[in-house]
Design a protein around this ligand. Structure first.
Ligand code: FAD
Ligand code: MG
Ligand code: MG
Ligand code: MG
Ligand code: MG
Length: 554
């Protein structure tokens, strides 16, 4: 009896415990982040990591503040001052994140897993490879250098992409000066060794040229007075102007400053081959080829696709593209759970003409087959969110309201009674898509995309499974909880030009140039530092340079 009742009690107790036991918490979704550059760290900093099981893969265990890399090449700022250890970033923010110093070799979207290889050598089994599976993958792998398959570039040119590159450049510049100082070297040889060639006149190339010029005139000429006269800096640019992504006023200012500084600008030339002591350039207009002897060359002529991204694009049927395409919510359209941000990706903005019939139908609430001004105005906000090109187009054509776009130049009294059919609506909208803008490959874009995507992930619970979803306007889905598409906000850009001068393009079509702009640059870049530690280091590097000059040892 005792045994039986005991058993009964046990059984009863067991079942009551089972009833009282709280539901096991739902398994946290696994988020794997590839890359710890601008996009990846911005995502991680803003992600509520308690909601997810977060794993981060990157072969470098630090974040690099790339805008200061050109300053590292000449010792204006030390390499240590522009990097922040990734683990420290998480620890400081109290983030529950696992980091693995490894390289992602392959993304497998069908198995929802990534293949990785340890970046710190293999383990005891002789195998540092591992797999991680994910529920959501955030691809933030950045871009690779692009040599456009120009022969000799990989072997003979320096690049300026990573912190190590900047350190190598610094060493190599000093090497050239020491080599040219050895006795018994002919003048011709000295000129060759001290010819610094920068291939690519974009912001990075231009900033490096300016840094190098300052380093030469402020520090090196004092230390190497005998060879000063042989030094030359040349920028080779295939386009007609340097800094062609900037306002033309800035390009003109930069070009005339460089001319005064004696920096040679070879515009309209394309590099077709690089050997160990000369660069073959071709004049684009005449087709004539010339040999340019050089001592050191830096290639900063463009960015390309990393092999792991190319492989992934081939898997999902994006083989012909240069960057991984996402929709406006930064998701790879072919994969439910893969997002891509930063330089490795590009957003393909949906064209309004692709959806024009749907838009018309949704707007035409009374099914009259025509749209009144009121009907259009009711959906206008949704249209402008989904298709930012509409606003851009109206702005570019100096149109005040939608009636101007639809029926062009109507008098105020006619606007109210305006009616359009589908053909007229299509005709009005047919040029709008010409204003679709691509976002540039910059830190600013990468950081904003990371922030935006983290925000979507943090609010996922309140939304449908995917943060994006069609707005009320286009198609099905409960639009109200869904997110607005990513919208880039351009906060301006700087071009430091050396000699304590800089140029800046600021929001609202503002251009500012000269010494005061350089001070603006100092304050902006000090404030943009990711931690107080790096901020203090950078500012003290600048101060040290002002007082003592740059360090010219290797
Ligand atoms: P990245 O910052 O390049 O990060 C990529 C990350 O992926 C890195 O952590 C890398 O280690 C990691 N990674 C690479 N391969 C793998 C792999 N196989 N597996 C795992 N991880 C991998 N932009 C501006 O807006 N303003 C500026 O002034 C400016 N100056 C610049 C100066 C220089 C010299 C350079 C090179 C760039 C500059 N940029 C500037 C551009 C800016 O740095 C990039 O747009 C930005 O870094 C893009 O961020 P990202 O996260 O996409 O890529
Ligand atoms: Mg990144
Ligand atoms: Mg970076
Ligand atoms: Mg991009
Ligand atoms: Mg109607």
């Amino acid at each position: 009896l005792t045994a039986a009742s005991g058993g009964g009690i046990v059984a009863y107790a067991d079942s009551s415990r089972a009833e009282e036991a709280p539901e096991p918490p739902p398994r946290k979704k696994k988020v794997v982040v590839l890359g710890t550059g601008w996009a990846g760290t911005s995502f991680l900093k803003n992600l509520d990591s308690s909601r997810y099981e977060v794993k981060v893969i990157s072969p470098r265990n630090y974040f690099a503040f790339t805008p200061l890399l050109p300053s590292v090449t000449c010792g204006t700022v030390e390499a240590r001052s522009v990097v922040e250890p990734i683990r420290r970033m998480f620890e400081k923010k109290g983030k529950d994140v696992a980091y693995y110093e490894a390289e992602c070799l392959k993304i497998d979207p069908t198995k929802k897993a990534v293949h990785c290889r340890s970046a710190v050598g293999t383990n005891l089994d002789g195998n540092g490879d591992f797999m991680l599976d994910y529920d959501y993958l955030v691809v933030a792998l950045g871009a690779a250098v692009n040599t456009f398959n120009t022969p000799g570039v990989m072997e003979h040119c320096h690049f300026l992409k990573e912190v190590e590159d900047a350190q190598k450049i610094r060493k190599s510049v000093i090497d050239c000066f020491e080599r040219a100082s050895i006795p018994n070297i002919s003048e011709e040889e000295k000129r060759k060794i001290l010819h610094f060639v920068i291939i690519g006149g974009g912001p990075t190339g231009v900033e490096f040229a300016a840094e190098l010029h300052d380093f030469l005139v402020e520090d090196l000429v004092k230390l190497y007075p005998a060879i000063e006269q042989f030094v030359k800096i040349t920028i080779i640019q295939s386009g007609e102007h340097i800094l062609n992504t900037f306002d033309q006023r800035i390009a003109v200012f930069a070009e005339s400053k460089f001319q005064r500084d004696g920096i040679e600008l070879s515009t309209g030339f394309r590099v077709i081959k690089v050997s160990d002591d000369s660069i073959t350039v071709k004049c684009k207009s005449s087709g004539v080829e010339t040999l340019v002897p050089y001592g050191m060359a830096i290639w900063s002529a463009g960015i390309g696709t990393r092999p792991v991204i190319t492989d992934f694009m081939n898997q999902v049927g994006q083989g012909k593209r240069r960057a991984l395409a996402t929709n406006e919510w930064l998701r790879v359209p072919e994969c439910d759970s893969v997002y891509a941000i930063g330089d490795c990706s590009s957003i393909s903005q949906r064209k309004i003409m692709e959806d024009i019939s749907t838009i018309f139908k949704v707007a035409d609430k009374d099914n009259s087959g025509t749209l009144t001004l009121k009907e259009i105005n009711d959906v206008l906000e949704d249209i402008c969110i989904r298709y930012p090109q509409v606003e851009l187009y109206m702005k570019s054509m100096h149109m005040v309201d939608i009636a101007d776009l639809i029926k062009g130049g109507l008098g105020d009294s006619h606007k109210e009674s305006m009616v359009v059919n589908i053909e007229e609506f299509k005709k009005a909208m047919c040029h709008v898509d010409s204003q679709v803008k691509t976002v540039p490959a910059t830190a600013q874009v990468a950081a904003q995309q990371g922030y935006y995507l983290a925000d979507c992930f943090n609010k996922k619970d309140h939304c449908t499974e995917h943060p994006e979803g069609p707005l009320r306007l286009t198609g099905s889905g409960e639009g109200h909880h869904n997110f607005r598409p990513f919208r880039y906000k351009h906060l301006g850009q700087f071009a430091p030009l050396g000699g304590e001068q800089a140029a800046a393009e600021l929001p609202g079509d503002w251009v500012s140039m000269g010494h005061s702009t350089q001070w603006l640059w100092y304050s902006v870049y000090a404030s943009k530092q990711v931690s107080w530690r790096t901020r203090v280091l950078v500012v003290s590097d600048w101060t040290r340079r002002f007082i003592f000059g740059r360090d010219s040892s290797r």
